[in-house]
Design a protein around this ligand. Structure first.
Ligand SMILES: Nc1ncnc2c1ncn2[C@@H]1O[C@H](COP(=O)(O)OP(=O)(O)O)[C@@H](O)[C@H]1O
Ligand SMILES: [Mg+2]
Length: 588
């Protein structure tokens, strides 16, 4: 269900509430914009009065005029400063409000969002696009409004000084605007290309970093640097194209300005002996010339503000689309199921599941795991074992068929109940940036230091941890201590048993381990298995740990179930796998 208006309303609500809670800054901003339009014409008027007054008369209070001029310029500066201040303050508040709304939205998005939307896209939404909203407000709308009012002020002043000059100014507006716009648009387009090239360079360096081990082992350094050269060259070309417009821009606009001002002065001067001579006073001519010069600034600025507004609107649009992604927490936790704290039975009935519509991964999976039993699911890579486990862990909603864990739908389980009921060791271990302790508790304050220590002792990781200089406080992740693959897997297991859950889901726990570590892990599992319900998943029969029942999975279906002995006697999948495995998977 897409509801575009709702997301726009969201953004509007954020804007209104930001303005309401910053009413002082908003009023200051509006006042600065209005006052700015009026006082910008003041210096030109003072100039005119100075020339026509004391300068031409040769007497009078010249200092007074000079101070008046200085005062006007200072006042303009102060008003500009107040406007910038108000706009930045409101813009930043707005940015914060939008960003925190997006963050709280992000945590409520379903797993499918994270599977389908690339990380880079989410990053741009939260960084560049949110910045665009800020710019839309401060550099876009506020500045464009202020500049528009300034232009009106200058035009009115010119018309008051001399209506013909007013018309010249009015006629020059589109010319100056079009020329400026032409250059700005081209510069912007070229800059986009440059930015893309810079991003190519970044990607390239990242890729090189990630693959350096491989590059070095295969001696491919030369190849990689050669492949880099075209990227650098195209960056240079893009920069050149950009520079051409950059260089011509001021030259052309200055010329246009000069032509307009020269025309105005020629018309205004009394000595052009033509029929159009306006015969204005010297002061008026100087004042008008000054007004013309000031007039061009906002015109040129507006062209870039329009561009800012356009880009920002595109960003706003993308943010709106982000708000359109349906969140799950509403339906998911509103009806949060309550777990009785005892039952850890798992029931899977006729489950069909697809990550993408039409590509069923699970066809008709059914499974029963009574409380306290040990069950293994074995099957070839890609048969859907991990998918089934993710569903049991409540990562995705099930649309066809039913799954209950501990008597409730795992998808609707409240997060705290889920953590107490299910311990999961996923196939790929993830280590977060943080201490070992935090990696085990996942910052769950209810897990005490001694519980975390107990979990590590249970899985046989404690000795390793005590040997580290900072023990449990040793930082892991980026820039921290690196654990070996096996140690990481043990940590993942400790994380799973940290809350002492009655149900353990173990995905390919021993598949990447050496025999010795595997034995440690198996010992650990046996340690923790008493009284628990355990589902282990493995693509090898030898990875099956003390299972009472084995389910063989093939292409999204459970093909065969029974005790290992039973299955070994039967001439089925299990027996075939077993024979193949015993022969080291040699198919003769
Ligand atoms: N996130 C995903 N998006 C789309 N397809 C997926 C995803 N994860 C797994 N699959 C597909 O689902 C099938 C089963 O994968 P999986 O459950 O990981 O199998 P197993 O754990 O048995 O090796 C595979 O064909 C795989 O390509
Ligand atoms: Mg798997």
């Amino acid at each position: 269900m897409r509801k575009p208006p709702a997301s726009n309303l969201q953004l509007r609500a954020i804007l209104i509430s930001t303005i309401k809670s910053n009413i002082g800054a908003t009023l200051l901003l509006l006042l600065a914009v209005l006052v700015g339009a009026v006082i910008n014409i003041w210096p030109s008027m003072v100039l005119r009065a100075t020339i026509d007054g004391p300068l031409l008369a040769g007497t009078g209070n010249l200092w007074g005029y000079a101070l008046l001029y200085l005062g006007a310029v200072v006042l303009i500066g102060v008003v500009d400063l107040l406007r910038e201040y108000g706009a930045t303050l409101l813009g930043q508040r707005l940015l914060l409000a939008v960003r925190s709304r997006m963050l709280s939205r992000l945590r409520a998005l379903p797993m499918s969002y994270y599977l389908n939307v690339p990380a880079g896209e989410t990053i741009s939404r939260l960084t560049a696009d949110v910045d665009a909203v800020n710019r839309l407000f401060s550099a876009g709308l506020v500045s464009a409004g202020a500049d528009l009012l300034k232009i009106v002020g200058f035009l009115v002043a010119l018309f008051v000084l001399s209506p013909p000059l007013g018309f010249v100014a009015l006629a020059s507006l589109p010319a100056v605007f079009l020329v400026t716009n032409y250059f700005r648009r081209n510069i912007y387009e070229k800059q986009l290309v440059v930015r893309r090239k810079v991003s190519d360079i970044n990607t390239y360096i990242q890729e090189t970093y990630a693959g350096m081990k491989l590059i070095k082992t295969y001696g491919k350094e030369d190849y990689f640097s050669e492949r880099f050269e075209p990227t650098l060259e195209s960056h240079r070309l893009a920069m050149n194209a950009n520079s051409v417009y950059d260089a011509w821009f001021p030259c052309i606009t200055q010329t246009v300005r000069a032509v307009v001002i020269a025309t105005a002065i020629y018309l205004a001067a009394g000595q052009n002996f033509g029929p159009v001579a306006l015969g204005l006073t010297l002061g008026t001519i100087a004042g008008a010339a000054d007004l013309f010069i000031r007039l061009f600034e906002p015109i040129e600025a507006i062209s870039s503000e329009i561009q800012t507004i356009q880009q920002a609107l595109a960003g706003l649009n993308r943010i709106s689309q982000f708000f359109d992604h349906e969140t799950e927490s509403g339906e998911r936790f509103a009806t949060a199921s309550v777990w009785d704290g005892q039952n850890s039975e798992v029931r899977v009935e006729g489950v069909r599941f697809a990550y993408k519509d039409g590509e069923d991964v699970l066809l008709d999976a059914s499974l029963e795991v009574p409380t306290g039993s040990k069950v293994a699911i074995a099957g070839r890579t890609g048969s859907g074992k991990t998918t089934l486990m993710n569903l049991i862990a409540g990562l995705y909603p099930v649309k066809n068929g039913t799954i209950t864990v501990g008597g409730v739908d795992p998808y609707n389980l409240s997060p705290s109940d889920r953590r107490r009921l299910i311990g999961i060791v996923p196939q790929t271990v993830h280590i977060f940036n943080g201490s070992i302790y935090e990696n085990i508790t996942l910052r769950d304050a209810s897990i005490s230091v001694s519980q975390a220590e107990e979990a590590m002792r249970t899985v046989g990781l404690w000795d390793t941890v005590t040997e580290l200089p900072s023990g449990m406080k040793t930082p892991l992740g980026e820039g921290g201590t690196k654990l070996s693959f096996g140690q990481s897997q043990l940590l993942s297991l400790a994380r799973a048993v940290g809350t002492n859950p009655p149900l353990l889901l173990l995905d390919e726990l021993t598949s990447g381990l050496d025999a010795l570590t595997e034995r440690t892990v198996l010992k650990a599992i046996r340690q923790v298995s008493a009284g628990r319900t355990i589902i282990t998943i493995s693509h090898r029969l030898s990875g099956i740990i003390d299972a009472e029942t084995v389910h063989i999975m093939e292409r999204g279906k459970i093909m065969e179930s029974g005790s290992p002995e039973e299955l070994a006697r039967r001439e089925g999948w299990y027996a075939i796998y077993k024979r193949l495995e015993d022969r080291g998977w040699q198919i003769s």
